[in-house]
Design a protein around this ligand. Structure first.
Ligand code: G3H
Length: 551
């Protein structure tokens, strides 16, 4: 067993033989059990038409980035559904929609909210199971896995509150030009939700829940890594929502996702992943104008360190921004631009802070860096570093690139310039590239010419410089963080991006808007029409035309 005094290479190598405490096993040990993780037994379940089904066809082995015995640990098997189940899921959603006449899309908002409240209560019971699966599947630290779960619960509760607010606003009649109207937000239709591996629970739910609450039937395709952590929630979906309102499938993307798009029945697509895949998906829909897309894609968020910046604060925020969850966040800081006057002082502190980061298994106390879920990732990261060094960049920190089968110690790379992959491509992992500048217009030109436009972090103190830069940066990205790392939260704020970084906006209230459309009932304000509307209200003959007040 390694200790903090064991040389770093030995400690990293020991990650290939992680010791698993009983307290994090996925299942109690049984006779003949070979995996030290314990096998999660429900990866062969999927949800279609209100039924949790047991898959008896082909499955794929699910392995964890946490290595025991020198290799990735087997933690279960996942259903490899086929085109047939995918089309069954689509048919179930289409039937739940029933051309806008289905039980779910026509249900009163208050009743939909009650279903979601029941769901979130059941969800709270599976917290520990989901957290353990997150630790094993994607090696997120226990603290961050718990945060992902709790943040998702809070997101659902906040979404319910926001929907009540929307409903109260829509509950008013308005009059103009002799016309009396009631304007509400109506669902779009069957919606496909696909979340990413880095937030398999949270970022799946930040689209699925608002889309569902607005009355859209859902087909959810689980991510390749992070598919098991949804398993404990399937029964709750089945129990709380009408048949077909939520359908959850798993399998190879081209096999199960293509048929959903090609069916032409999807009214919206919520996808968090790469721009390349998003484009493939969109083009498969036969009627492009009939599918609204809400996309969260790649980013190359810069941190800009001005000469008067508080360097200790900048280092702290840049380390958190570039390396939280090993740099696998779309909002991560992916390139640090430092003014040449403070370059050396900044880099010395940055390298020291990175080399001090604790690493280990996700359940280890105080650990910040953990193994990487994607297969072949350490080699891809090393290729980024080799490319930069081969073109004149230098490695700054001592522990850079020390790796095991699935772990890679972060590399701080200085002198990153145009022509190096690290200058323009998203590394999505533990590499901290640093470029220097003499004039901040160099950074603004880089942003303007690049493919992405999500966020930027700006470190400095002079109000004139900061004010002027905010004016330009606000037109190049969608969030300028002053003296702080880039991030999505708090979830009440709009989360979006320009160019290849996003399409549409998410936040607690924006997501409800994104998955709905304003629809209205309008009538010339005649005596007869006013009387007609009064009767519809008093006799409660409509769910849309209603002045019910949701407390
Ligand atoms: O991967 C992208 C996530 O939306 C980032 O969210 O800033 O809260 O980690 P976060």
């Amino acid at each position: 067993m390694s200790t903090p005094n064991t040389p770093i290479r030995e400690r990293v190598a020991s990650l290939d033989h992680t010791v698993v405490p009983e307290s994090v096993r996925l299942a109690p040990a049984t006779a003949g059990e070979t995996s030290p993780a314990g096998l999660y037994r429900h990866g062969d379940r999927y949800l279609i038409g209100g039924e949790v089904c047991l898959w008896t066809g082909d499955t794929t082995e699910v392995t964890s980035p946490i290595c025991t015995d020198g290799k990735r640990t087997v933690i279960g098997r996942a259903a490899s559904l086929t085109r047939e189940e995918s089309l069954d899921a689509m048919a179930a959603a289409v039937s739940a929609w029933d051309h806008g006449r289905g039980e779910w899309p026509t249900m009163r908002v208050g009743a939909r909210i009650e279903r979601a409240q029941a769901f979130v209560e059941k969800m709270k019971h599976v917290r520990e199971e989901s957290v353990r699966l997150l630790m094993w599947e994607i090696a997120k630290t226990r603290a961050d896995s718990e945060k992902e779960f709790d943040r998702t619960v809070a997101y659902i509760e906040d979404t319910i509150d926001a929907l009540k607010e929307f409903d109260r606003d829509g509950g008013r009649f308005t009059q103009g030009g002799g016309v009396i109207t009631q304007i509400r937000r109506a669902p779009l239709g069957p919606t496909l939700c696909m979340g990413p591996f880095n937030y398999p629970l949270n970022e799946t739910f930040t689209t699925l829940i608002p889309a569902l609450l607005m009355g859209n039937p859902i087909v959810c395709k689980l991510p390749k890594y992070g598919a098991l952590c949804q398993g404990p929630l399937l029964p709750a979906f089945a129990e709380c929502f009408p048949a077909g309102a939520v359908n959850v499938i798993n399998g190879e993307g081209p096999t199960v996702v293509g048929p959903l798009l090609e069916s032409g029945a999807l009214a919206s697509l919520a996808f968090i992943g790469t721009a390349r895949v998003a484009n493939i998906l969109k083009r498969q829909h036969p009627h492009l104008n009939r599918m609204r897309c809400i996309l969260g894609l790649e980013a190359k968020n810069p941190a800009i360190i001005l000469p008067d910046a508080d360097l200790d604060l900048a280092v702290k925020e840049c380390v958190a921004g570039a390396l939280s969850y090993n740099g696998q966040r779309c909002t991560g800081i992916k390139l640090i631009w430092v003014h040449r006057k403070v370059e050396t002082a900044f880099l010395d502190r940055l390298a020291a802070a990175v080399d001090k980061l604790g690493f280990g298994a996700p359940w280890d106390q105080g650990v910040q860096l953990t193994p990487l879920p994607e297969e072949g990732k350490t080699a891809r990261l090393q290729a980024f570093v080799d490319d930069a060094v081969g073109r004149g960049a230098q490695i700054v920190n001592e522990n850079a690139g020390i790796h095991s089968e699935t772990f890679y110690f972060p590399a701080v790379v200085r002198g990153v310039k145009a022509g190096m992959a690290l200058h323009s491509q998203e590394q999505f992992g533990p590499i901290v590239p640093v470029s220097s500048f003499d004039d901040v217009s160099e950074v603004l030109d880089w942003l303007a010419e690049g493919a992405y436009g999500q966020q930027a972090s700006l470190f400095g103190r002079d109000p004139v410089t900061i004010g002027g830069l905010c004016d330009v940066l606000a037109n190049l990205v969608c969030r300028v963080n002053l003296n702080a790392q880039c991030q999505r939260g708090p979830d009440v704020f709009p989360f979006t991006g320009r160019k290849d970084s996003a399409e549409g906006t998410l936040s607690v209230s924006d997501a409800l808007r994104s998955f709905s459309i304003r629809s209205m009932v309008a009538a010339p304000s005649t005596h007869d029409n006013r009387d007609l509307l009064r009767q519809v209200l008093t006799r409660r003959t409509s769910k849309f035309v209603s002045t019910d007040y949701l407390f």
